[in-house]
Ligand binder design. Structure first.
Ligand code: HAM
Length: 416
């Protein structure tokens, strides 16, 4: 039998790459915690119906969900995105509002894998449920923006749009459908069926023929209510006040059906267009109600961890040094010293490691180097019999012999 491999579209994140993941999630956790957002861990799968509310017309629901029946015949699906789960949890637990939460979690989509597109990708997300205040939109967008700034990403473009309220959508859709029908012949072949079934999805087509048609199509922001216009203006003023540059993109509709009013997307110009969406979000003022809860507005975003790190590579930023130990214990006198010293150092708050299997001095010194240790604590037969330890500075090469009982103190002093 061929040896098993990770399923297509998934991958293992191994050290040292994984230390960047750790650092990224920690940076995000700190940012969100500092803004009053708490961590939510929701299940990786939910009742299928939770995710169906994302939109029956979306590719995500129609083609990309990992659906299954469990052994009792329940219809379930792996989480394709985080927002529906948060809305479900909000309804179930009724927390006080605004409920401000964040998550770092895998999402599963049966997509065609390619560079920057996976079947299991990982999102950093934020959701704020229970307020219609446009300043909350500004807060949420600013958090995403500030995360990228703190990673050192400079080439990020923020696109914003308004989808209006659900009541605005229907008359607009009629106009859009009529326009697309009139220009049906000029659309790219692949977009004709979509134009009839889901006209909004045609607006962000990347096919040249369709883009030509769409350029003069009726635009959603021109057809939204006064309240939604005022909301959008307040959001723009807020972004301006916080000195966050943005581009209004009237064709930005996003791939999920639950959006209302503010929508936004963050693009990394350092990546090619197939994978440059490093994050996106918006309001979903009808989602909680659609899932059976009380009418409750909400806004949030999700950022793709894989894409963020690709953008960091492209901009040569957010380099994280490999996790390295400070001290390596080299024991060629039986192994008890390594066992006990490593435990003592770790309990004393020093990052320490050792070799196993009674390796030679040379092999253990090599391991110490590979581990990136600053100091080696060496115990040979002489040290063992005299109750001492040799402390060697692996950078400068100096070494001294200290009493075994003073080893931890000496290490602390040298490292500080
Ligand atoms: P989304 O745009 O579908 O939005 O996904 C958010 C981000 O996840 C994307 O911008 C991208 O960086 C990343 N992403 C999505 N699919 C893949 C994939 N197959 N491979 C790699 N990365 C991917 C949402 O999921 C919404 N829940 C965002 C939101 C939160 N809206 C309101 N609150």
């Amino acid at each position: 039998m061929a040896s098993p491999k990770a399923p297509i579209g998934t991958r293992d994140i191994l050290p040292p790459e994984s230390s960047r993941w750790e650092a990224l999630i920690a940076t995000f956790a700190q940012l969100m915690g500092g803004a009053g957002y708490g961590l939510v861990q929701s299940p990786a799968f939910e009742d299928l119906s939770v995710f169906q509310r994302i939109g029956e017309g979306t590719d995500l629901v129609r083609k990309e969900m990992y659906e299954f029946e469990d052994k009792s015949g329940r219809h379930l699906a792996l989480r394709p995105e985080g927002t529906a789960s948060i809305a479900r949890a909000f309804i179930q637990h009724r927390p006080t509002t605004p409920w401000k939460v964040w998550y770092a979690a895998p999402s599963f989509r049966y997509e065609r894998p390619q560079a920057g597109r996976y079947r299991q990708h990982h999102q950093l997300g934020a959701e704020a449920v229970g307020s219609l205040d446009p300043d909350l939109d500004v807060e949420v967008i600013a958090l995403a923006w500030d995360l990228f700034a703190s990673l050192g990403l400079r080439r990020v473009v923020l696109l914003v749009n308004t989808m209006g309220d659900p009541g605005d959508r229907e008359p607009y859709m009629e106009r859009l459908s009529a326009y697309l029908e009139k220009h049906r012949g000029d659309l790219a072949d692949e977009d004709r069926k979509k134009a009839a079934e889901h006209p909004l999805r045609v607006l962000d087509s990347n096919r040249a023929a369709t883009r030509d048609v769409v350029r003069d199509a009726p635009r959603l922001p021109d057809h939204v209510s006064g309240d939604a216009v005022a909301h959008f203006e307040r959001v723009q003023a807020g972004l301006g006040a916080l000195e966050i540059p943005f581009v209004i993109e009237p064709l930005l509709v996003r791939g999920l059906d639950y959006y209302t009013r503010t929508t936004f997307e963050l693009q990394a110009s350092a990546l090619d267009t197939a994978q440059d969406a490093i994050g996106g979000g918006g309001r979903y003022d009808g989602l909680v109600e659609a899932l059976g809860g009380p009418p409750t507005p909400g806004i949030g975003f999700a950022l793709g961890i894989e894409r963020i790190l690709l953008a960091c590579n492209a901009e040569d930023t957010f380099g994280v040094s490999d996790t390295s130990v400070e001290v390596f214990v080299v024991d060629v006198a039986g192994g008890e010293s390594a066992r006990d010293l490593v435990a003592e150092l770790r309990r004393g708050g020093i990052a320490a490691d050792r070799a196993f299997d009674q390796r030679s001095m040379k092999a253990q010194m090599k391991s110490a180097d590979r581990a990136g240790a600053r100091l080696a604590l060496i115990v040979g037969p002489d040290e063992l019999s005299s109750g001492t330890v040799t402390v060697r500075d692996l950078e400068g090469g100096d070494q001294e012999v200290v009493a075994r009982a003073d080893a931890l103190d000496r290490v602390r002093k040298t490292l500080s």
